[in-house]
Design a binder for this molecule. Structure first.
Ligand code: WTA
Length: 624
């Protein structure tokens, strides 16, 4: 059958379709009552109700039982000479021991475990160890500041943090343990910190609270039974940015999530036995959860994990690794492709990349120039590119070509996966048929759909299901072309996408206004050749305050402290006043145009309270 008929069949009978996928990809301890039971109008999402399984068993034990010597994890350290390898049996041993360490530290089923880790094997052991004992992990990307980490630890109520002494990224050393100490200073809630030695540097050690991973690992029992979990028990929480300042703790289930992770991994990457699969995402983001760890391991793949950055020792590093490990499937972000493209083709000359079979992208739209470079120069015109659209909330890929089946169009995430029903809605929430542009939404659930926002189910309903009842609203705008292909055109909310990282404008604004000289700030996105979008902040200073030269540095430091380096605005413009409507609302539409230099047509500014503000902003920009 071709894609179209298979797709039609999946949509015509989703109940049986998703039952078949769950049986095919997952080992269950007990089968379900109902495949699904959901109601978008109420924000109720239930998959495989009453079924029982263990996600770690699915990702590790069942493969180790059949083929213990199969390679599971190939780890490439920051330094080219530093590497490790683990078979499925070795992965199982390490996960079991880590699980026993967590238990010894008092972690029980349902407890939240916060991870603040570099890209090392222990990060994966810990995630899987949590899944094994039924604890819920909350991985916080190690680029977040102590302040941001603290907020996430408090929100999920975790009593334990797993970290490393330091992280290595190119020539940079990341003081992870020190950051954790700052984050949890005077926070009674955190009872223990488990520290993996990565560099072996001397780091402060709080006896009684801090524990050395290697010491505990050496002492624990090597075997650990997995816990039998309900399909609807949460597997993890992952924080992501939304329209308001407070990040959302996206909650994913065990049974539905792992079914969707393996199903989508299988169809999108077409993994064949013995192949080497490499996803460059950090474990701190959803791509690192679904397509670095859970999806590929659930199908028994061999994954490559790289600790460092693409430009260390130089910009050929990724391609050196591809050749060295004979990587077959490579999945990365457009921003990285653009950055490497900018460094020139000479970095490709020393490698053949002959092993590559499929290339993938995720996180933001890929511009045709970067697509062509990836296809022609990196893949030597042999490898289809799967441009995969999805979100932290969706748990897995919803729109993507099927390699060697779907005709590709550079810049389009093409068509929905089986069982997925996208719609484009107009302003009034009416479905647009055929060609058109509007709000990207989905009218049927899929097993990977998030269950809730941690401790805030009301917000879950408000954000995703209230504007257009009966649909899951993605927050993205999209265009559908005459062939039924989807093209993402941007966000419809106040979320920016910088280098594939989601950043809420409100989060950056609230960091900026913490500065004593700042009265108000308005943050918008502007186009950027490398990062896709860049952060542009319009900053209104307090009366009588001069924009002294180092104010920008101070503000940058403040954002770094509150969120992390990746959220520092690229552009900051000081102004005596922000353009507001007469009712006092900041006119972001106009600021967005000014930030993008798109000033020919500012549109209707008649509602603007003080029209001179805009001309002053424009004048100032020209003067700079
Ligand atoms: C954007 C990342 C265009 C989109 C997996 C989405 C994309 C947000 C694509 C989710 C793509 C992701 N083409 N845009 N292929 N993939 N996006 O939660 O705006 O970090 O809503 O999940 O990234 O970002 P998140």
């Amino acid at each position: 059958m071709d894609y179209k008929s298979l797709y039609q069949a999946s949509i015509a009978d989703p109940y049986n379709f998703w039952a078949e996928q769950a049986s095919e990809f997952i080992s269950w301890e007990q089968t379900w009552d109902r495949v699904y039971d959901y109601d978008f109008t109420k924000g109720e999402i239930h998959w495989y109700t009453k079924a029982k399984l263990n996600v770690c068993n699915n990702c590790v034990d069942r493969h180790a039982a059949v083929e213990p010597e199969r390679q599971a994890l190939l780890w490439q350290g920051n330094e080219p000479t530093d590497s490790k390898q683990y078979t499925y049996q070795e992965l199982l041993d390490n996960v079991c021991k880590t699980a026993n360490v967590l238990k010894e530290l008092g972690v029980k089923k349902g407890d939240r475990v916060c991870l603040y880790m570099p890209m090392i094997p222990e990060t994966i052991f810990t995630m899987l160890a949590c899944a094994r004992i039924g604890a819920v992990h909350s991985v916080v990307f190690a680029g977040f500041s102590p302040e941001a980490l603290r907020a996430r630890i408090i929100d999920c109520g975790s009593e334990i943090v797993v970290t490393a002494d330091q992280g290595l990224r190119g020539e940079k050393i990341i003081p992870l343990k020190e950051n954790v100490d700052t984050a949890i200073a005077e926070l009674q809630q955190v009872k223990s910190v488990l520290v993996v030695k990565r560099t072996g540097a001397q780091v402060p050690f709080n006896h009684g609270r801090d524990h050395d991973y290697s010491t505990l690992i050496a002492k624990v029992n090597p075997s650990c039974d997995y816990a039998i979990m309900d399909a609807e028990d949460p597997l993890f929480i992952l924080y992501t940015s939304g329209s308001t300042g407070k990040p959302k703790g996206v909650v994913h289930s065990s049974g539905g999530y792992i079914t969707y992770a393996s199903f989508s991994f299988h169809y999108v990457f077409n993994y064949q036995p013995q192949e080497i699969y490499w996803c460059t995402a950090d474990a701190g983001w959803i791509t690192g959860h679904t397509y670095l760890v859970y999806g590929p391991l659930a199908v028994g793949a061999t994954i490559l994990v790289y600790e460092g950055v693409p430009t260390y020792p130089d910009s050929s590093r990724l391609w050196d690794i591809v050749d060295q490990y004979k990587v077959n499937i490579f999945y990365t972000a457009p921003t990285l492709i653009r950055a490497l493209m900018g460094h020139g083709d000479r970095y490709l000359k020393t490698t053949s990349r002959d092993s590559l079979r499929i290339l993938g992208t995720v996180g933001e739209p890929i511009n045709p120039a970067a697509w062509e470079w990836y296809y022609k120069q990196v893949g030597n015109e042999r490898c289809p590119i799967v441009d995969t659209w999805w979100q932290t909330e969706t748990g897995g890929i919803l729109l993507s070509p099927i390699p060697n089946v779907t005709k590709l169009k550079p810049g389009s995430a093409t068509t929905p996966l089986f069982g997925i029903e996208p719609v484009i809605l107009d302003q009034d929430g009416k479905e647009i048929t055929g060609e058109g542009e509007g709000y990207l939404a989905f009218k049927a659930s899929w097993p990977g759909q998030m269950q809730s926002i941690f401790n805030d189910h009301k917000r879950f309903i408000e954000v995703y299901f209230s504007k257009f009842p009966g649909y899951y609203l993605s927050g993205d705008a999209a265009k559908r072309d005459a062939d039924g292909y989807y093209w993402i055109t941007g966000r419809t909310d106040d979320v920016l996408n910088v280098s594939g990282h989601r950043i809420g404008t409100a989060e950056v604004e609230s960091a900026l206004v913490k500065h004593q000289d700042v009265a108000e700030a308005a943050v918008v996105g502007c186009k950027d050749a490398v990062t896709g979008e860049a952060i542009y902040a319009f900053i209104q200073l307090m009366d009588d305050v001069e924009a002294i030269p180092n104010l920008k540095d101070e503000l940058a430091a403040l954002v770094r402290q509150e969120i992390g380096g990746f959220a520092v605005p690229k552009h900051m413009q000081f102004t005596a006043e922000l353009p507001k409507t007469r009712s006092g609302k900041i006119m972001r539409r106009i600021l967005r145009k000014i930030a993008n230099g798109d000033t020919e047509s500012l549109g209707d500014i008649s509602t603007l309270g003080n029209q001179e503000v805009v001309s002053r902003l424009l004048q100032q920009q020209q003067d700079d």
